[in-house]
Design a protein around this ligand. Sequence first.
Ligand code: GTB
Length: 217
Amino acid sequence: MIPTITAFERSPDRGRGLARDMRVRWALEEVGQRYDVRLLSFSEMKESAHRKLHPFGQIPTYEERDLTLFESGAIILHIAEAHAGLLPGDANARARAIAWMFAALNTVEPPIVEFGMARIFERDKSWYEERQAMLEQRVHTRLGELSSRLGRADWLDDAFSAGDLLMVTVLRRLDGAGVLEQYPNLSAYVARGETRPAYKRAFDAQLAVFTGKPPTS
Ligand code: GTB
């Protein structure tokens, strides 16, 4: 059975692939699983029909037979456990890859999201500049640490995994902020993720929603 995911009918990022359906699409493309997408308006996301799938009225969700999931990390872990290609076979390497999934979502994403949200919603506040400097510093702390750990490696723990998939999508949220560019190995890491054929297929599919034109790949 083909799973169905949900995504924005009209993404505020205008097709830049920054919303969290992108990571789910990418994971499905990596493992070669076809999927359907149900597009939702902002009001539909808050209706009870969708809240039965997602208690917080958000995207993405994932439906497959009698399973419904929300939370992009849980969805990707499910996909990675059900298919080969996103988690290593070796038990210890698999546990480390899952640790990187949690690190992406719990340790790296929060300061990046807070920094980004402030840039959008708090620009008019008198304290914006001062707070923004603090938030940016927190992002730099994490990026510096991540950059040191990645070093000259291609991926966080040997082969590409769901941990890299999540980390790349998290770092992409710094797009346009002029921050990631200060870490050449992290910029190259993100670019490496973006050149994967599965990433490109996922990106084109979400872009097609915005442009209304079918994906070319
Ligand atoms: N922890 C949850 C997960 O990982 O699945 C978070 C889900 C979430 O934040 N979903 C967002 C949503 O539904 C979309 S991804 N928001 C609507 C709402 O809460 O009412 C966040 C997002 C939105 C838009 C952009 N953008 O335009 O750049 C980037 C990221």
